[in-house]
Design a protein around this ligand. Structure first.
Ligand SMILES: C[S@@+](CC[C@H](N)C(=O)[O-])C[C@H]1O[C@@H](n2cnc3c(N)ncnc32)[C@H](O)[C@@H]1O
Length: 191
């Protein structure tokens, strides 16, 4: 891990910052999906501030975060049914306990991995999702991520591109049959 991800999270505390605005958009997409209990995965979850406050009782969630301080912050604000794993989100192994999930969060992931890994991760998402499951993802700037989702059997539900900020937030629903879950598949490595 080359960046200080704890410091990266501090921008969330600045009202009107790009990250604070991105959080509002992510939660705007999440809220209707969490109108009833769900099984949720968050890859590279950080401190979990996007999903944890919105998770309804009766949900189950697995959040995977490498940084032990951020993971412990997530654990501290997690309710019943939430497992925070301090470890590598870049293989399918930590998701064995929860897959197939109805909602997968991949926020702050695709901008930190190679395009090849982005393709590999999106191609593997149908093995983590329940039928009709939804992915919410972020990426700074223009990128082919939307096309890669389309190539893998997803339909775009929403895509937010502010004129005055570089963040992009997308949400895609799986509209083909899911794939069987396989443990131990490498998805990505942070660069
Ligand atoms: C850009 S931040 C995004 C955090 C959170 N998803 C959000 O949007 O607020 C990327 C996060 O990935 C974590 N990370 C980096 N490599 C990881 C890995 N291999 N497995 C799990 N988490 C990782 C970092 O510690 C950091 O918290």
């Amino acid at each position: 891990m080359t960046r200080d991800w704890q410091q990266w999270h501090e921008e969330y505390e600045i009202p009107g910052s790009s990250l604070a605005r991105r959080l509002e958009v992510v939660q705007g997409y999440l809220r209707p999906l969490l109108a009833r209990p769900r099984r949720v995965i968050s890859m590279c979850a950080g401190d979990g501030r996007d999903v944890l406050p919105l998770l309804p009782a009766g949900s189950r969630a697995v959040l995977v975060e490498w940084d032990p301080v951020l993971a412990s912050r997530a654990r501290a604000s997690a309710g019943e049914g939430v497992t925070v794993i301090t470890g590598d989100a870049g293989t399918t192994t930590p998701y064995a306990a929860i897959a197939p999930a109805e909602v997968v969060l991949a926020c702050g992931v695709f901008g930190n991995i190679s395009y090849e890994d982005t393709r590999r991760t999106i191609a593997a998402l149908p093995s983590l999702l329940a039928p009709g499951g939804t992915v919410i993802w972020t990426r700074a700037g223009d990128s082919p991520v939307r096309n890669v989702f389309a190539e893998n059997g997803f339909t775009e539900i929403g895509f937010t591109t502010p004129d005055d900020a570089r963040f992009r937030v997308g949400t895609h629903r799986l509209t083909r049959d899911p794939d069987p879950f396989l443990s131990g598949v490498r998805l990505f490595t942070f660069v």
